[in-house]
Design a protein around this ligand. Structure first.
Ligand code: ASP
Length: 634
């Protein structure tokens, strides 16, 4: 992705990375291509989308009292980032001066106990909005920004007003299909420009989470909790504790340490790439049943162009059965093809057909919305109705089915949890002891199954609630190991059950880099099918690719090509692989790179192109290759 000044992200960061070691069967060659690169910093890159809200507002003259926000307006363009740069807890100027170019637009968090330095870019929306003014078009703008930048960042933070934050996070959870990276939505009750702002702490914790933990969900961070976005609702307009998730326990607690509850994290299953769904339906309504409700209100709410309505009913999903007029209207709408979904008005409510007053709705074809929040049910219906590829029956099924964790599932009993069972046998029963044991035991057992190619054990471990993305002490996950060993069946199994392809180990490597290094091209294809890419390993990519080209290691280049790498990626001097292959007269490599469309006119920092190299060095054989490729093209 291009930075704000047109350079690539790495030009912007412009750091001195990596060390060249002295150079000398295939495996050794591959190892050498990669081992020269030793990252001296662990960084993750986060894109911050600043959409508006109290977090960046300033007071106008008319502001009367601390409770009255009526005098608040968004600060002038660019003021938010300027302010953030002043805070030492949000920007480490010294590190930035040492590692980035002078006019770099990037900010960086100070060191924290977590593994990565979080480097971030703030993209400010125009205009900045009070979230009460936001709707489908704004959700789509956010989603598209994430899609466009997906491969270049490790995670995303969205700064948003609190009023409709639960709607936006719910909508995004559906729109971002097969999400593999962390998205955190946050805001504030007091602006960062004000004293006692909660915005700084919320922002900082969001960046740390997005930059260090692979939680492939749209989440909401507020105060000291991380929630699943589509289970969250705003519960207070003036307390710092402004959000709750009544039916789904937090995904993480933010205290002195950050405790992520991995067992609660929802993971997309299946080998599918990330994709963003837009064009949500706007023909969806939300109708709250109340005593004495006028049938005309109900009828009006169900008229075309309305395609779907969420009805908020009493308790466990009940409506007055003595109101035949209401039931008649609802039945007529269902028959006319309107999707009607029944959810409870209780914040902690689940719709069930236990009473006659609830059964009657199911009998006329109203869909049971389980324990979805209003925000989740509403945005899910907007999303489901946009799916032209689904027929009416499928849409109904999807509304009743959990697709992003928006309906809480029955908790698996503890005796199914393998680590808990072992812990009990060892007499270690406290929560902390079980968690500690989990940390060691899961990676060990999973690695053993993978090393011995034992798919059956892997299946059993998964069924016993093992986290298939559990890292070992080196930060390496079961997928890293499987990709190093190259067993396609095991890799497929891990991916199908939600193993995350974006996790980097303590050496900054994704599983895809392992597969490339070891030349497991079938595994590479599978990873790419599941959305893996080389872009967030940009430094490693450019160094390894250049080295391979300079030495004529064509197999390595081929593996990078299968991985979707840009084979024209320059090294730190601006020389492309084609330039280096020409310079070192590796004709076969030159031929391959040219066939892949690499450019002969891409100049290095001194203005020299691969074509200039061929001319100056009088490389006749390569000249012939170029000519024959050009003739074939024409
Ligand atoms: N009205 C503001 C908004 O939602 C409230 C806030 O951000 O807290 O944009």
């Amino acid at each position: 992705m291009n930075g704000q000044n047109g350079q690539s992200l790495d030009d912007d960061l412009d750091r001195i990375h990596g060390k060249y070691l002295t150079v000398n069967s295939t495996e050794q060659i591959r190892r050498r291509s990669f081992s020269r690169y030793t990252p001296n910093v662990h960084e993750s890159r986060i894109l911050v989308l600043y959409t508006g809200g109290t977090i960046g507002m300033v007071e106008t003259e008319s502001k009367k009292s601390p409770e009255n926000k009526s005098g608040q307006i968004p600060a002038e363009p660019g003021a938010f980032e300027k302010e953030i740069r002043q805070y030492r807890d949000l920007h480490d100027e010294k590190y930035a001066n040492e590692h980035f170019r002078k006019d770099s637009p990037y900010l960086v968090l100070p060191e924290s106990p977590e593994k990565n330095r979080v480097v971030y870019l703030i993209k400010e929306f125009e205009p900045l909005l009070d979230s009460s003014n936001m709707g489908v078009d704004d959700w789509e703008k956010i989603a598209k920004n994430i899609e466009e930048n997906y491969q270049n960042y490790d995670g995303f933070v969205i700064l948003h007003g609190t009023d409709t934050l639960a709607y936006t996070s719910s909508a995004l959870s559906f729109m971002l299909e097969n999400l593999g990276k962390t998205v955190v939505v946050t805001g504030a009750q007091i602006s960062i420009f004000g004293s006692r702002s909660d915005g700084r702490a919320n922002f900082m914790a969001s960046l740390i989470i997005a930059g260090n933990f692979h939680i492939p969900e749209v989440t909401v961070l507020f105060q000291d909790k991380l929630f699943r976005g589509n289970c969250t609702c705003k519960i207070s307009s003036n307390k710092f504790h402004a959000f709750e998730s009544p039916r789904c326990a937090p995904l993480a607690d933010i205290g002195i340490a950050i405790d992520v509850f991995w067992g609660r994290v929802f993971r997309p299953f299946g080998i599918k790439k990330f994709k963003c769904r837009i064009n949500l339906s706007k023909n969806v309504g939300l109708l709250r049943i109340h005593p004495n409700i006028d049938v005309n209100v109900v009828r009006a709410s169900l008229q075309p162009p309305i395609q779907g309505v969420i009805i908020e009913t009493y308790g466990a999903g009940n409506i007055p059965t003595n109101r035949k007029d209401l039931i008649k209207e609802l039945k007529a709408a269902v028959e006319a093809g309107v999707l009607i979904v029944n959810i409870s008005q209780c914040p902690d409510g689940n719709v069930e057909t236990i009473y006659e007053t609830g059964q009657v709705l199911s009998d006329i074809g109203v869909i049971l919305g389980s324990d979805m929040t209003s925000e989740a049910a509403y945005t899910k219906l907007c999303y489901v109705l946009s799916k032209d590829e689904w027929d009416h029956e499928t849409k109904k099924e999807m509304m009743a089915k959990n697709i992003r964790g928006e309906m809480t599932q029955k908790k698996k009993t503890d005796d199914l949890d393998m680590v808990v069972t072992v812990a009990q046998r060892l007499g270690r029963t406290s929560k902390k002891e079980v968690e500690e044991l989990k940390l060691w035991l899961e990676p060990f057992l999973l690695s053993t199954a993978i090393l011995t190619n034992d798919v059956n054990s892997l299946v059993k471990l998964r069924e016993a609630n093992c986290n298939l993305s559990a890292p070992n002490l080196d930060g390496r996950t079961p997928l890293h190991l499987a990709c190093t060993l190259g067993n396609v069946e095991i890799v497929r199994y891990l991916l199908e059950y939600g193993a995350n392809v974006h996790i980097k180990d303590n050496f900054n490597r994704t599983a895809l880099m392992d597969a490339i290094q070891h030349g497991h091209n079938e595994v590479i294809k599978l990873l790419v099918e599941c959305g893996a890419h080389v872009n967030t390993n940009a430094d490693m990519l450019s160094e390894s690719l250049s080295f391979a080209a300079a030495n004529g290691y064509l197999d390595v280049i081929k593996s990078f090509e299968i991985a979707g790498a840009d084979l024209d990626t320059p090294d730190s001097t601006g020389r492309t692989p084609l330039y280096l292959a020409c310079l070192n007269s590796h004709t076969e490599t030159v031929q391959y790179l040219l066939k892949c469309g690499c450019r002969l006119d891409k100049t290095d920092k001194l203005g020299v192109s691969p074509r200039d190299v061929v001319e100056k060095m009088e490389l006749f054989e390569i000249k012939k290759i170029i000519q024959s490729i050009l003739i074939n093209k024409n």
